[in-house]
Design a protein around this ligand. Structure first.
Ligand code: DHB
Length: 417
């Protein structure tokens, strides 16, 4: 099949219909900037794949402020704190008392459903189920993305800018030549064994539990479905665990002193790897990376989706300056601005992980020191305030006062570069 590809044109070619790509396309459309979003996956896959569920205050403000927050406000749950559990005692970190902020529990695939619905209602061009995606000529001012549409048509999509939002395994990251980038990578010696169970909630707020047997996290998806995780070997085979063995492990890490998990049938299970990665720079010519294409965080602290959203809020402001005012100034500073927040999140996720996980190599001193750290954190206003600030999220950089997102970015005027 050597037929000439079908030629198409847009201003921003967005690779990946995850949180970064869909949110970017949504924000750009509010500013009158057209985009085409492509994804290898089918829409049904995207709308059902289970991921984390915590939205920072800034993510909530951006969604509600741009017309995609209605379901989040009615069906999501506002959480004003978490419990840190250690030696069988829970200690609450009160986010709202410490910072005036909160988070929302609203699963990522629900965010994606809302964004897809908003894009389609606005006449947006979303192509699911594409294949053979490649990126071309990004170091010129006429880049393009080639792909095969779901119906088999070869397409050459010319654009002014490519947004690489296709995650850690996508083509965008590899389109940055090795000699033009630095890769920062860290593998953690742990995995998370994650389950979904049909049971009522065990707690009104999330419980992050430290125990001698390792970390556990009690989260929720709905009044009748709960999400729980426990630290495991990254090579663990989830299929080889009986339900009873899973519950015994969770009980041993979490139950005690009046706290008891609500148990039910386990309807899904899997092991999640834990790694940190950042690419520098987050751009190559006219290709801009956002979300997991540019960085990976371990799940502890639920920063992945929120970083994707804050990256594209910064990228949107830069693209508005470029298309509406003809200046590349904010595109040139995009990576610096976005990575400032990425590295705070890397530190926070790493720190939560190191504080709460059992380290097989730790000596008696290391194990006892960890308890001292948890006590210092939970009993000190200064310590808990750091956790509350980081968990509810740092301000999204406010770089362009003319942007459609300017009014929805709260509390960030003092961080204008
Ligand atoms: C969830 C996942 C996280 O990594 C986290 O820190 C909190 C909640 C979740 O899936 O609900």
């Amino acid at each position: 099949m050597n037929a000439e590809p079908l030629k198409a044109r847009t201003r921003v070619a967005v690779i990946g219909a995850g949180p970064a790509g869909l949110m970017l396309s949504h924000l750009l459309s509010l500013s009158g900037i057209d985009s085409v979003v492509i994804d290898l996956r089918e829409r049904a896959d995207i709308e059902t794949t289970l991921r984390a569920g915590i939205l920072e205050q800034g993510t909530v403000d951006l969604m509600t402020g741009t017309g995609v927050g209605a379901r989040l406000l009615t069906e999501g749950q506002r959480h004003e704190g978490i419990a840190i559990r250690s030696r069988g005692e829970s200690r609450r970190i009160d986010f709202t008392a410490l910072t005036g902020r909160a988070v929302h529990l609203y699963p990522q695939h629900e965010v994606l459903k809302d964004l897809i619905a908003a894009r389609l209602a606005a006449g947006g061009d979303l192509r699911f189920g594409v294949s053979e995606v490649s990126v071309h000529d990004v170091t010129t001012d006429a880049p393009s993305v080639r792909f095969t549409d779901a119906d088999g048509t070869r397409v050459e999509l010319s654009c002014a800018v490519v947004a690489g939002c296709d995650g850690s395994q996508g083509v965008s990251r590899t389109a940055v030549p090795e000699d033009a980038r630095t890769d920062y990578f860290h593998a953690y010696p742990h995995g998370w064994f994650g389950i979904l169970t049909e049971a009522p909630p065990s707690s009104d707020e999330l419980v992050y539990a430290h125990s001698e047997r390792g970390f556990a996290l009690i989260s929720s998806r709905s009044p009748s479905v709960q999400r729980m995780y426990f630290q495991c070997d990254p090579a663990e085979d989830a299929g080889s665990w009986s339900d009873e063995r899973i519950w015994a492990e969770l009980r041993a890490r979490v139950n005690g002193n009046g706290f008891e998990l609500e148990e039910g049938p386990i309807i899904q299970r899997g092991v999640i790897p834990m790694r940190s990665y950042v690419i520098d720079p987050m751009r190559h010519g006219r290709l801009f990376l956002a979300g997991d294409a540019a960085h990976t965080v371990p799940p502890t602290g639920a920063k992945g989706l929120n970083l994707a959203v804050s990256d594209v809020a910064v990228l949107c402001q830069a693209l508005e300056r470029f298309f509406h005012q003809g200046s590349t100034e904010l595109l040139d500073s995009y990576g610096r601005t976005a990575s400032d927040r990425v590295w705070r999140a890397q530190h926070f996720s790493w720190w939560m992980t190191s504080m709460l996980h059992a380290d097989a190599d730790a000596d008696a001193f290391g194990r006892r020191r960890q308890l001292g750290e948890i006590d210092q954190l939970t009993e000190s206003v200064a310590g808990s305030t750091y956790l509350a600030e980081a968990y509810t999220g740092w301000p999204i950089a406010h770089t362009n006062p003319d942007s459609v997102v300017a009014d929805t970015i709260t509390g960030s005027a003092d961080r204008t570069p």
